[in-house]
Design a protein around this ligand. Sequence first.
Ligand code: FAD
Length: 488
Amino acid sequence: MTWPDRTGGDATGGTGAAAAGRFAGWCGEMPRTGGSRRLAFGGGQARLRRAAWGLLESGMTSRADVEVEHLVIGAGVSGLAFAQFHGAADALVVEAEDEIGGYCRTVHRDGFTWDFSGHFFHFKNAALEAWLRERMPGDEVRTVVRRSRVWVGDRLIDFPFQKNIHQLPRADFLACLHDLHFRDEEGPAEEARNFEELLVRRFGRSIAEQFLIPYNEKLYACRLTGLDRDAMGRFFPWADEDEIIRNFRRPDNASYNATFTYPRGGAIRYVEALAHGLPEGTIRTGERVTRIDLDARIAHTSRRTIRYRHCISSAPLDRLLALCGQPAPDGVLTSNKVLVFNLGFDRKGWEGVHWVYFPQRDLPFYRVGFYDNIHDDERMSLYVELGYANAAQPDVPGTLARVLDGLRRVGIIDGHRLVAHHSVTLDPAYVHLSERSRAFAAQARSNLAQDGLHSIGRYGAWTYCSIEDNMLEARALAEQLRRATPHG
Ligand SMILES: Cc1cc2nc3c(=O)[nH]c(=O)nc-3n(C[C@H](O)[C@H](O)[C@H](O)COP(=O)(O)OP(=O)(O)OC[C@H]3O[C@@H](n4cnc5c(N)ncnc54)[C@H](O)[C@@H]3O)c2cc1C
């Protein structure tokens, strides 16, 4: 398997090792004459020196402890993909947390394996997937046909809700079908001004009110009238009336994530594959960027100052702008946060389902996933997701009690004993996409790029996208910067 790589050679599973060998002279930071330090490279040393000269020529003479050609902020999927695809000899990745992975981290506890929330992989680019898989020999990676359901109060129906209204109680079904058929009375979909209006005009009022609006309000923790009509882009399972009716007899519930892959060791295994072969010392964990001087191209971190030619950041855009002393105006870059509970029980629970959506406003969670049904484990292992407004400060122990009560009410817990648990808050989790946020993010990113600061990733771009999208975006930027640097 070859991957079009940065060196112009192939990128077989052995390429990482070959790359590590090529840059074996890398020895991290070395004392620098005059008291400050610079990064010392093996093969990349000359390149670095040229970079430093370039900076001096361009008048960036402020002192820094370290000089690098490419400073990468964040060792999540985006930052690691950039370092990997660019060629790590001249990249330094600084990560605020003590471990790599960003939102794709994995926790192992009492025999349970949990991600920071269910993180499943839906590769459209087969070459990228094969390249990753070659770097994880010995890993068990399952390809799973998704089985997702919606809880409608007394039963589970197939997801997506809008294509399976025939599984609803008769009165609800008739209301949904009637309103779907007469949806034009709500006004033309092309003229919908926001996400809520679009849902009502595309699917009719009953489908919108029974599932699409309450579910998405729980997820985004805001009114859908404040979101762009294109808030979920290609991730929304659209269907027209014909498709919905055809689905009554010939089920076809496929969507962008009809199948997914998932490693036995959790999402982190893919991240480790991405980091595989990076020269030792490329990634510095436990080092947070605290301020960026755009003019001098110097990043201040919790440990030192780093001068860069290019900075590639996967930090959330609102926080990056604040680090640069250019905070976004209030109310433009808003998002929700998601509190995730990972729960391990003493025995098996529901079978035949991977995750369930809960639109009910009296249940605290919007989605519950079953890790044990992905790997055929014998003990129920759940992730439970709750959406909050960004400013909310949920009381975690109290919320866990409400979650357990909710799980009991819907019958997921039925005499089960909780034997292990873990919680994490993802902040931001889902950004609120509006015309204003899109325009602002595009302009801000373009301005930053002119100063050599490239804001990438799901949160750096302030968008809704997948892990695969993050890798492809990072690879495209790596190629662009390599082309733009003749000696690179
Ligand atoms: C609830 C939820 C479920 C999801 N499920 C899926 C799924 O099933 N499939 C899928 O494809 N995608 C999923 N996603 C999306 C996926 O998590 C993201 O697309 C991906 O993890 C983004 O990676 P990233 O590297 O761009 O950002 P992050 O993972 O956020 O990485 C950014 C890194 O930068 C570091 N950092 C930030 N600021 C600083 C600083 N100042 N100094 C140093 N380091 C810093 C952070 O610590 C972090 O490690 C989900 C997202 C959420 C919220």
